[in-house]
Ligand binder design. Structure first.
Ligand SMILES: Cc1cc2nc3c(=O)[nH]c(=O)nc-3n(C[C@H](O)[C@H](O)[C@H](O)COP(=O)(O)OP(=O)(O)OC[C@H]3O[C@@H](n4cnc5c(N)ncnc54)[C@H](O)[C@@H]3O)c2cc1C
Ligand code: SF4
Ligand code: SF4
Length: 429
């Protein structure tokens, strides 16, 4: 009998939404990305999963993966011919193709294995449950009105506000300096929805003399403007002063944005995003789970629902917010959140580094509210949104799985319906 073939997770680019901005190719340290006049593609033999290309991609098209038999990995020629990504192969398809029916082996270079997966257990793939479709009642999102594919490569916005939304603490609190920046588009059209993002093009060039690539930021204000009726929007931007390994660094775009003065002009691309959108039907429930600046889209959705409620013309469902940060001082919008009526939104904070207190993460809070979340999981009118640091995603989806299983539900069925019905949205960076 032949030995079972190895299964690998292959990194791929979604040709439907890629805006061919070349960011990923210019960033990849090992030359794994290339393109022709049609598509950007990833060479499985070169990609070492460093993830450098993920957060700079303005559309999220780079953040795609398929499990395949290593010997049947998609070649560059195949990828160059695609108009859409191929469908996911089910575990049964893989086994039929010759893969082991046991825990799926992963033979390609992978990111660090999950701390949550016990040795010998299959790696939990949280991304597999994330929807790529919006909720059925979401409004139509306009995308890529300004950018590489559009007639206008960028739009000029004027800064009309820039305030810090985290407390100052310690030695000036610079490690948790987060700003609320308001941009106005004047007479130019820039229609957005809650959950979408925009690209900011920092001025100047990088250390190789190339223009800086655009960085993506989630919109923190509702569709009718930070100030209702104005053609403006807000962003929640954390000043990056150290890299993911804790080494000192001065993030190009985040520092540029946090230092802007009222009246300054900024080059913007977008809007981007067609699935992380809120439901619009009456009595639809929204569960928001976020860390740090992942609160931006949650602020947008909450504020839109607050405005609808104030209008008296819309019967909203439940809103639940699970919000994590290292400390209260680091949590953006802590003060304003406290002022929201308790019968409007059910808010839970988790702080992982409060001196003298046990570490608490959003997953811990979710498990404490398992009974309510189980009801939400079972209700097709509820939608779940996860946004923040990449490292939170798996723990949050595992918590949802545990809640479902604790209530006697079949997680694979629940997870599949969340994905299919556009009810679980993951945006982590
Ligand atoms: C879909 C999406 C939405 C996003 N929304 C927001 C948002 O609402 N608010 C926000 O502040 N950011 C958001 N980001 C992150 C943002 O796009 C930038 O990556 C971030 O601001 C860093 O850019 P920079 O130019 O300052 O740093 P760079 O100059 O690009 O990077 C400097 C160094 O810092 C590291 N680094 C990059 N990002 C971070 C980070 N977040 N924390 C710590 N180290 C980092 C890099 O690896 C690099 O080593 C989002 C990203 C994505 C993909
Ligand atoms: S993950 Fe790293 S090695 Fe792979 S394509 Fe992206 S930048 Fe290149
Ligand atoms: S960075 Fe994203 S949008 Fe730009 S070329 Fe790469 S995959 Fe496409």
């Amino acid at each position: 009998m032949n030995a079972p073939a190895a299964v690998v997770k292959q990194h791929l680019i979604d040709p439907e939404i890629c805006i061919r901005c070349n960011t990923c190719e210019s960033i990849c340290p090992v030359g794994a990305i290339s393109h022709d006049s049609r598509n950007y593609v990833v060479d499985i033999d070169k990609c070492n999963w460093c993830n450098d290309c993920i957060s700079p991609c303005p559309t999220g098209s780079i953040d795609n993966y398929r499990k395949v038999l290593k010997v049947k990995a998609y070649s560059l020629a195949e990828q160059l011919s695609w108009d859409v990504l191929p469908a996911e192969l089910s575990p049964a398809d893989l086994v039929a193709d010759g893969a082991s029916g046991e825990a799926e082996p992963v033979a390609a270079p992978e990111p660090a294995p999950s701390a949550l997966a016990a040795p010998g257990e299959p790696v939990f793939n949280s991304a597999a449950y994330g929807a790529t479709l919006p909720p059925w009642s979401a409004a139509h999102a306009y995308t890529n009105l300004y950018g590489p594919k559009a007639a206008e490569k960028s739009i000029t916005a004027t800064v009309v506000g820039n305030v810090r939304v985290t407390e100052v603490g310690g030695e000036g609190g610079s490690d948790y300096d987060t700003h609320h920046v308001v941009l106005d588009f004047g007479g130019m059209p820039f229609p957005v929805l809650e959950g979408q993002s925009i690209g900011i093009i920092p001025p100047g060039t990088d250390d190789k003399g190339r223009p800086h690539h655009a960085r993506q930021y989630s919109i923190a204000s509702p569709r009718n403007g930070e100030r209702p009726g104005y053609n403006n929007l807000s962003l929640t931007i954390k000043r990056v002063l150290e890299d993911h390994q804790g080494q000192p660094v001065r993030g190009v775009a985040s520092n540029y944005m946090c230092d802007l003065q009222v009246g300054d002009q900024v080059q913007v691309m977008g809007p981007f995003g067609t699935s992380f959108l809120m439901p619009n039907h009456p009595r639809s429930h929204i569960v928001m789970i976020c860390t740090g600046t992942g609160s931006a889209p949650m602020r947008a959705m909450t504020e839109w629902r607050r405005r609808l409620r104030a209008s008296g013309k819309f019967e909203g469902g439940k809103l639940m917010l699970f919000f994590g940060a290292r400390t209260q001082q680091e949590l953006p919008y802590f003060g304003p959140l406290q002022n929201l009526p308790k019968d409007f939104i059910d808010i839970h904070f988790a702080f992982s580094r409060t001196p003298g207190q046990p570490k608490r993460y959003v997953q811990d809070l979710m498990r404490e509210r398992a009974a309510d979340l189980a009801q939400m999981l079972a209700d097709p009118n509820s939608h779940f949104y996860v946004c923040g640091l990449k490292s939170m995603e798996e723990g949050v989806v595992l918590a949802l799985r545990d809640v479902a299983q604790g209530a006697g539900m079949d997680w694979e069925k629940v997870g599949a319906s969340l994905k299919k019905e556009g009810r679980l949205h993951l945006e982590t960076y």
